[in-house]
Design a protein around this ligand. Structure first.
Ligand code: FES
Length: 82
């Protein structure tokens, strides 16, 4: 699936960037040798980055409590610092 249509960046490439240590959208773009153009993909990338950063704590998700309200709400894992 294409995450960034402007740069033809797929979800696999984003996951590869995250596995390679990218921790933000700028680092994902840098990993993919691309630059933000329209910006429509940024929210999706941020969501993927958030999912990736909590991946180690997913085993605790049953204990998770919602954090925040509205857009950007996520479940905080027991050991998640976000
Ligand atoms: S969809 Fe990624 S910059 Fe346009």
């Amino acid at each position: 699936m294409y995450v960034c249509v402007c740069n033809a960046i797929t979800d696999r490439e984003v996951h590869a960037a995250l596995a390679g240590g990218a921790a933000g959208t700028a680092e994902v773009f840098r990993h993919c040798d691309a630059q933000v153009r329209c910006g429509r993909c940024v929210a999706t990338m941020r969501s993927m980055i958030g999912d990736h950063s909590c991946a180690g704590e997913r085993r605790h998700v049953t204990d998770a409590e919602p954090v925040g309200t509205g857009k950007g709400t996520h479940k905080r894992c027991r050991d998640c610092s976000r």
